[in-house]
Each structure stands twice: as C-alpha cells, then as structure tokens.
Write a protein that binds this ligand. Structure first.
Ligand SMILES: NC(=O)c1ccc[n+]([C@@H]2O[C@H](COP(=O)([O-])OP(=O)(O)OC[C@H]3O[C@@H](n4cnc5c(N)ncnc54)[C@H](OP(=O)(O)O)[C@@H]3O)[C@@H](O)[C@H]2O)c1
Length: 191
C-alpha cells in the first residue's frame, strides 16, 4: 500500500519586501506549498505594480493563495494597516517572514553615517515596526511564528560588502573548526 501523502497544514503568512529576490521566491514557494500568502511591498499600485502582477501570475494555479498588500517597513502606520488587512481577509495570521532589507555594497569609507542609519532603519527597526503591529494579534491567538532572513555578513564581512547593518542572527553553534585554525575574518585587498 502506498504511504499516506504528507499534508502540510495551510498557514497564513505575511512576507515583507516580497517584490524581489528572496521575498518574491519565498512568497511564490509558500503559495505553491498550499499556504495563504500575503506578499507585501511598497507601492504595489505604482512603482512596484509589475512586480505585484508577476507574483499573482506566478501563483494563479498554486494550491495556496497569494494576495499583494502594501507595507513600507519604514512606517508604523503602513505596517499596522497591512496587518489589519491580513487579519481582516484571513481571520488571523500565523507566520511573518521579515525579509525586507538593503544590502550595501561598496567600500566602507564610501558610506556616510546617515546612509548606514537609513539602512539600519529598514533592516532592523523595520522588523520592529511590523512586530509591533503583529504581536498583539499573535498574543490574542496564543500562537504564531516570526522568521528573520539573516545574512552571514553580520558575522564576517567580505571585502566590498560593508557595512551591512542587519540584525544579528541568533547565535547557533558554529561548525567545529580544526584545532589551531582561526575563524574567518574580513580582509582588505592589498594595494
Ligand atoms: N541576496 C543575497 O545574496 C542575500 C544573502 C544573504 C541574506 N540575504 C537577505 O535576504 C533578504 C532579501 O535580500 P534580497 O537579496 O532578496 O534583496 P532584494 O532583492 O534587494 O530585496 C529587498 C526587498 O526589500 C524591499 N524593501 C526595501 N525597503 C523597504 C521598505 N522600506 N519597506 C518594505 N520593503 C522594502 C525592496 O523593495 P523595493 O523594491 O520597494 O525597494 C526589495 O523588494 C535580506 O534580508 C538580505 O539581507 C540576501
């Protein structure tokens, strides 16, 4: 007899920065896995309209469902309105994927403190704005999951990928290193 097919319980998932890259791919994959996905982005009716339409096209036949909602992680009002809309449409929210972030590429001294602070505002404080809207809902439900997309660049910065203001990843045991070897460090190209 064939083994019973594995079924995934459908969850309601909100993804931030879903117009491109990891956020778009995660949103499509989650809808294809049967989940109810709210792919959020800035300005889906204007600047990002084509990206929003592409996500809808790519999930037309998916077993799950994908909707696009507006969410700018720089605005508490926007985060709050997006979460309200998700809860209104889906009657709850199970998972938030904190994905929106800017990766700064270039030599460290080329970035002004203001530019780095702006990136930190999106990458780190942005997730807090969303959490402040989401956590009361999860507490009421007594369930929920918050996921952060991190980056190895918070631990070791490769040349020309600095500075990268992202929340630190939770410390997990690093793979054991042979005795007498050093951890990887950032290096500067020799002139
Ligand atoms: N790519 C990599 O190699 C890599 C490696 C490790 C980790 N990561 C992590 O993966 C995540 C996504 O990276 P990615 O490479 O997929 O980047 P990406 O394609 O540049 O996507 C970043 C997304 O964030 C959005 N965003 C920026 N500011 C926003 C705001 N204020 N509110 C809402 N959304 C905003 C952007 O939307 P707009 O179009 O509106 O700007 C964009 O869709 C990041 O957390 C990054 O640190 C990436």
């Amino acid at each position: 007899m064939d083994p019973a097919p594995r079924r995934t319980q459908s969850r309601t998932v909100l993804v931030t920065g879903a117009g491109t890259g990891t956020g778009a791919l995660s949103s499509v994959s989650l809808a294809q896995a049967g989940h109810r996905v709210f792919a959020s982005m800035r300005d889906p009716g204007g600047r990002n309209a084509e990206k929003a339409q592409a996500l809808l096209r790519r999930t037309e036949d998916a077993p799950g469902e994908l909707s696009v909602v507006e969410l700018d992680v720089l605005s508490e009002e926007s985060a709050s309105a997006a979460v309200d809309e998700v809860v209104r449409q889906a009657d709850g929210l199970d998972v938030v994927v904190h994905n929106a972030a800017h990766l700064l590429v270039g030599v460290t001294e080329a970035f002004s403190p203001e530019e780095v602070l702006r990136a930190f505002d999106v990458n780190a404080v942005g997730a807090l704005r969303v959490d402040r809207a989401v956590l009361p809902v999860l507490r009421r439900q007594e369930s929920g999951l918050l996921l952060w997309i991190g980056s190895g660049t918070t631990r070791a910065v490769p040349p020309f990928l600095a500075p990268t203001p992202l929340p630190r990843q939770p410390s997990t045991p690093s793979p054991s290193r042979p005795p007498g070897t050093s951890p990887p460090t950032a290096s500067r190209p020799r002139s």
